[in-house]
Design a protein around this ligand. Structure first.
Ligand code: GSH
Length: 294
C-alpha cells in the first residue's frame, strides 16, 4: 500500500489483489461464476437468496409485511448467502443475479420461473404482485417511486463511499472521508426535511419507499452503522429518528431484520427461514442450546 498523497495512477490499471481493504478477498474486476454451485430450493413458491445486510433486510421486511397483511402467497424460503465466503459467485447464484450481489429472488408461482435481482426491483415486483405497499393514485405513486429510486442512487454514497472510507479502507484518506461525510449529511438532511412534514416517506402511508430507505438511513440516524454516529452528529436529524423509531416497532420489521442475520445477539439471528414458526424455534441461541444439550 502506497501513501495516498504520493500515488500517481499508472497508464493502465492492473489488479492489485493485496490492496488490504476489508472485502478485498471478494472484490474482482470481472463478473461471472467462479465455481459450480447449485442453489438450494425449499417448499415455497418464493425462494430468497440473501444476507441480513441493509439491502437484504429490505426484502425480508417486505415479505414479512406481506404475510402480516394476510398474503399467504408471500410465504418464502430464505437461504443464507455468505458473501464474505464468495457464495455470490457460485453458478446457481449468478444464474439468478448476474451482478453477484444479494438479495436475489426466484418466483416459482407462475408457469415460468421468474428471477428478480436488485432490491428495488424486488420490492416493486412484490408490491405489484400482491397489490400493496405501492400506492396506485398517480401522484402518490410517483412520490413513492421517486424516493425508492432516490434510495437506490444515494445509498452507494453512504455504504460504498462513507462507510468504506471511514470504517473499512486500510488507510484513512481525509479527502475521501470529507467528501462522503458531506454527502451523507446532505442526504440525511434531505430526509429530515421531508419527514418534518410527512409521517412516512411517500406521505401518510407506509410504502416500499420506507422499506427501502429505513435499513440504510434509519440505521445511520440511530448511530448503528460504521460507528459513525458521533462523527456525523446524527442526533441532529430528529425527524429521521422519529420515523426510524416508528418503523422499528413494526412486528414485521422486527421479524424481517432477523432473517439471514449473522451478526449481533444470537436470539436475533435466524440464518434460514422456511416457516413462520422458525422465529420461535430456529434462532441461533435455540439451535446452539439444543446442540449443546445433545
Ligand atoms: N443495488 C443492489 C446492491 C446490492 C449489494 O450491494 N449487495 C451487497 C451486500 S449489501 C453484496 O452482495 N455484495 C457482495 C459483493 O459485492 O461481492 C441492491 O440494491 O440490490
Amino acid at each position: 500500500m502506497t501513501d495516498s498523497s504520493a500515488y500517481v495512477p499508472p497508464k493502465v490499471w492492473t489488479w492489485n489483489k493485496a490492496n488490504g481493504g476489508r472485502f478485498a478477498n471478494i472484490n474482482r474486476p470481472v463478473a461471472g461464476a467462479t465455481h459450480e454451485q447449485e442453489l438450494p430450493h425449499g417448499k415455497h413458491p418464493l425462494q430468497l437468496y440473501s444476507l441480513g445486510t441493509p439491502n437484504g433486510v429490505k426484502v425480508t421486511v417486505m415479505l414479512e409485511e406481506l404475510l402480516a397483511l394476510g398474503h399467504r402467497g408471500a410465504e418464502y424460503d430464505a437461504w443464507l448467502i455468505r458473501i464474505n465466503e464468495g457464495q455470490q459467485f457460485g453458478s446457481g447464484f449468478v444464474g439468478v443475479n448476474p451482478n453477484s450481489k444479494i438479495p436475489a429472488l426466484m418466483d416459482f408461482s407462475g408457469t415460468q420461473p421468474v428471477r428478480i435481482f436488485e432490491s428495488g426491483a424486488i420490492l416493486v415486483y412484490l408490491a405489484e404482485k400482491f397489490g400493496c405497499l405501492l400506492p396506485t393514485e398517480p401522484a402518490v405513486r410517483a412520490e413513492c417511486m421517486s424516493w425508492l429510486f432516490w434510495q437506490m442512487g444515494s445509498a452507494p454514497y453512504l455504504g460504498g463511499g462513507f462507510g468504506h472510507f471511514y470504517a473499512y479502507a486500510p488507510i484513512k484518506i481525509e479527502y475521501a472521508i470529507d467528501r462522503f461525510a458531506m454527502e451523507v449529511k446532505r442526504q440525511l438532511d434531505v430526509l429530515n426535511r421531508r419527514l418534518q412534514h410527512s409521517r412516512f416517506i411517500a406521505g401518510d402511508d407506509y410504502t416500499i419507499a420506507d422499506i427501502a430507505i429505513w435499513p440504510w438511513y434509519g440505521g445511520m440516524a440511530k448511530g448503528q452503522m460504521y460507528e459513525g454516529g458521533e462523527f456525523l452528529q446524527v442526533q441532529e436529524y430528529t425527524h429521521v429518528i422519529r420515523w426510524a423509531d416508528e418503523i422499528a416497532k413494526r412486528p414485521a420489521v422486527r421479524r424481517g431484520r432477523m432473517v439471514n442475520r449473522v451478526m449481533g445477539p444470537l436470539e436475533s439471528q435466524l440464518h434460514e427461514r422456511h416457516d413462520a414458526s422458525d422465529f420461535d424455534t430456529q434462532t441461533q441461541d435455540k439451535l446452539q442450546a439444543s446442540t449443546a444439550s445433545k
